[in-house]
Design a protein around this ligand. Structure first.
Ligand SMILES: NC(=O)c1ccc[n+]([C@@H]2O[C@H](COP(=O)([O-])OP(=O)(O)OC[C@H]3O[C@@H](n4cnc5c(N)ncnc54)[C@H](O)[C@@H]3O)[C@@H](O)[C@H]2O)c1
Length: 267
């Protein structure tokens, strides 16, 4: 007991094969970079070919020691998921870490929501993580691995005009708990990260839809007790924490990364 407590924690992903959906930009790209720095080979699954190819090119160092590859896939299409899993199998033969990060946000007033938009958001943000995990599970080694779902503080807190997004992200936290139970016998840990406002394209698009983006920027920064919105590295560090061998006893939980936004009683 004493001996294991004295061991240095292992935060390395050396030799591991990781898959990051939506890794072409934003939070996903930061996770790809952090995992690569930790020693993993990383396959980006993303529907944005331009950004995906650029990310793989930018992140592949001259030595090519921990390569990043890009595979184009639209995860909204259910039939594309087995094909993407087959690609990962041919690339690595196994998967040690899967990050279900790809997601879309839609600022839509309640009366204007349509069934098609609702289905699209739920298909990308919730259905794809389930079926991609199901498709990749046979590729995890007997030693197990980690699945990390990128949810949101919308999973626990209500914001205007975001019902479909919030439901998808709350579903993702429920999915995390249930998959943790389901996959524990396979030594696969499943956890979620719930970011607050993070400065990415998704945030910029959200702000653009506001009549006064500058005021919204100041307001959202002030909402966080730590005085700023997050940056992608705040989330990628949390993802590495949950993926790493040092977190071997953590499963079924969600880690809030929001600068304290959701702990304040009022703003
Ligand atoms: N930015 C924030 O403030 C914030 C806060 C909480 C949670 N999140 C979550 O973090 C994740 C990443 O968000 P981001 O801010 O980096 O967004 P982003 O728009 O910068 O990046 C999202 C990536 O996902 C990809 N993607 C979207 N739909 C896809 C699909 N159908 N198939 C394949 N790829 C697809 C996009 O092409 C893009 O590369 C999302 O799940 C988002 O809901 C973001």
């Amino acid at each position: 007991m004493r001996e294991s407590a004295e061991k240095q924690p292992d935060w390395s992903l050396a030799g591991q094969a990781a898959v990051v959906t939506g890794g072409a930009q934003g939070i996903g790209r930061a996770i790809v970079e952090r995992f690569q720095q930790a020693g993993a080979r990383v396959c980006i699954l993303d529907r944005d070919c331009l950004a995906g190819e650029a990310a793989a090119k930018d992140l592949n160092g001259a030595d090519g020691a921990h390569p990043v590859t890009f595979h184009a896939v639209d995860l909204e299409q259910i039939d594309a998921i087995p094909t993407a899993a087959a690609h990962v199998k041919s690339l690595y033969g196994q998967v040690d870490v899967l990050v279900n990060n790809a997601g879309v946000e839609l600022d839509m007033p309640f009366p204007q929501m349509t069934a098609a938009l609702w289905d699209s958001i739920l298909a990308i943000n919730l259905r794809a993580p389930f079926f991609l995990t199901q498709a990749l599970q046979p590729l995890f080694p007997a030693a197990g691995g980690a699945v990390i779902n990128i949810s949101s503080i919308h999973s626990t807190h209500a914001f205007p005009n975001s019902i479909a997004y919030a439901c998808s992200k709350a579903g993702l936290v429920a999915l995390t708990r249930n998959l943790a139970l389901e996959l524990a016998p396979h030594n696969i840990r499943v956890n979620a990260v719930c970011p607050g406002y993070i400065d990415t394209r998704l945030w910029e698009e959200y702000a653009r839809q506001s009549p006064d983006a500058e005021a919204l920027g100041a307001l959202t920064a002030a909402l966080h007790p730590l005085g700023r919105r997050g940056v992608p590295a705040d989330v990628s560090n949390a993802a590495l924490f949950l993926a790493a061998p040092a977190s071997a006893f953590i499963t079924g939980t969600h880690l809030v990364v929001d600068g304290g936004l959701t702990v304040r009683a009022h703003s």
